[in-house]
Write a protein that binds this ligand. Structure first.
Ligand SMILES: [Fe+2]
Ligand SMILES: [Fe+2]
Length: 448
């Protein structure tokens, strides 16, 4: 925010302005009469005036004004006269009735950051994320173990969320959820435990962004409760035997194992309900696999879609997204952009188009940390989700490899909304390109 000074007429005055000087006056003051002179001396006490007297101009204290002087300017209004400097509707109508015409005002103007400032901000944000991701790695491992312990304890009949809650607090307090969310496409996931951590981080990022871009109000008390709810969405898996849960084999439809697995939402809702967690958190556990058509095999439990809360619907998309992007032992993972596109093919079938619209807007067509190839052959990581819906395919990209396939030590941050002659021509799997070092490569990036 900065200020500027300019001359405006009485009709252009508004409450964002402060009058610095009075410049244009009506007939009553050019020249002044006995009455107008007395009024000015009384009301503008302490000000200076530029006046014309006997054909000459000069500055006087307003107390020295004489009838017959013509006012040219009143300036240096003392602080005590704020009722004559701070523009209000009342002041404007008073000045109008007295014939005042022109003013020198000061106003606050919002300055748009220059392109250079924008770029500097983006560079700082990107470098901060690389650092945070490096720091978040051990947190993710520990949180994953906390989830595993929580499920193991629940198997033994001990319902205890304190360990997981400790990580929820830590993640929220340290602002680590963005980093955890960015790690999803960089690090191998396992079936249940890291899935819960990743889903919680992505859900928090996505839901928070959704609140920013819409008029929705959060149903959660605070960000910690939001994250805890997402962490607990698969808590019902504690009632599924470990060998079924950790199996690398894909179970047949209607097999005993598949039925057990598909009961986890109901199990979860029962457990969380008994633990006294709020209804919206229970809803997330209960209905995160519910589809628009309850007759679909992938809809469990087979209930109607109107039971599913908005938050649960978003969680359901995040849940599928993480499951496809996170690595599974029995299939190759999907890249984030192809997963977003795939989810688009299910819109209107498994969930509402509107819900998918929200999802793409907050995750982007190229989610943060996706590895993409540019039209000039360079390869880089996506660093942001453009707010402009029409530019979702033009994010900022931190270049990691040049066109010759060499990993770079000095990285550029390319803003595709600015560099119009470059475009994303495809996406890559970070682990195909960098192997097990994908996460390290990301953390070592340093853009300038
Ligand atoms: Fe689930
Ligand atoms: Fe899940």
């Amino acid at each position: 925010m900065t200020t500027r000074t300019r001359s405006v007429s009485i009709d252009d005055l508004d409450s964002s302005m402060t009058i610095q000087a009075y410049l244009g006056f009506g007939k009553l003051y050019t020249p002044t009469t006995d009455q107008s002179c007395a009024w000015l001396i009384h009301n503008f006490r302490g000000c200076k005036a530029l006046v014309e007297r006997e054909g000459k101009q000069g500055t006087i204290g307003i107390e020295k004004l004489r009838p017959g002087d013509s006012l040219v300017q009143i300036f240096e209004l003392p602080k005590e006269l704020s009722k004559l400097s701070k523009v209000t509707d009342r002041l404007v109508s008073e000045l109008k009735s007295r014939g005042f015409k022109q003013f020198l005002i000061q106003e606050e103007v919002k300055t748009l950051p220059s392109a250079a400032q924008e770029q500097a901000k983006a560079v700082a944000a990107a470098n901060k994320l690389f650092e945070k991701v490096a720091e978040a790695s051990p947190v993710r491992e520990e949180a994953k173990m906390a989830v595993e312990n929580m499920l193991d304890n629940a198997r033994g009949g001990k319902m205890d969320t304190s360990d997981v809650l400790r990580y929820v607090n830590h993640i929220c307090d340290s602002g680590t959820s963005e980093a955890l969310s960015a790690m999803v496409s960089l690090k191998q996931s396992d079936q249940t435990y890291a899935h819960c951590v990743d889903v919680a981080a992505i859900f928090q990022q996505a839901y928070t962004e959704l609140l920013n871009i819409s008029s929705r109000k959060s149903v959660f008390k605070d960000p910690k409760e939001l994250m805890l709810g997402a962490f607990m969405h698969d808590f019902g898996k504690s009632k599924v035997p470990k060998d079924v849960l950790d199996s690398t084999v894909r179970f047949e439809r209607d097999s005993k194992e598949m039925n057990l697995l598909q009961s986890h939402p109901v199990f979860g809702a029962e457990l969380l309900g008994h633990m006294g967690l709020p209804d919206y958190i229970v809803n997330m556990a209960h209905y995160h696999h519910v589809k628009m058509d309850p007759g679909m095999k992938s809809c469990y439990p087979p209930v109607t879609y109107d039971k599913v809360m908005f938050e649960t619907k978003l969680l359901a998309l995040v849940d599928i997204y993480q499951a496809l992007v996170g690595k599974r032992s029995y299939k190759k993972s999907w890249t984030p952009p192809e997963t977003v596109r795939y989810l688009g093919t299910l819109a209107g079938v498994e969930y509402e188009d509107e819900m998918y619209g929200y999802f793409v807007q907050v995750m982007g067509k190229y989610p943060k940390s996706s590895l993409v190839k540019l039209s000039d052959g360079q390869v880089g990581f996506v660093m942001n989700v453009p707010r402009d819906k029409t530019k979702l395919d033009r994010p900022q990209v931190a270049i990691a490899q040049n066109a010759a396939g060499e990993t770079l030590e000095h990285n550029d941050l390319v803003d595709l909304t600015v560099i119009q002659d470059l475009a994303i021509i495809g996406e890559l799997d970070a682990q195909d390109v960098f192997g097990q070092h994908a996460l390290d490569v990301f953390c070592k990036l340093n853009v300038a």
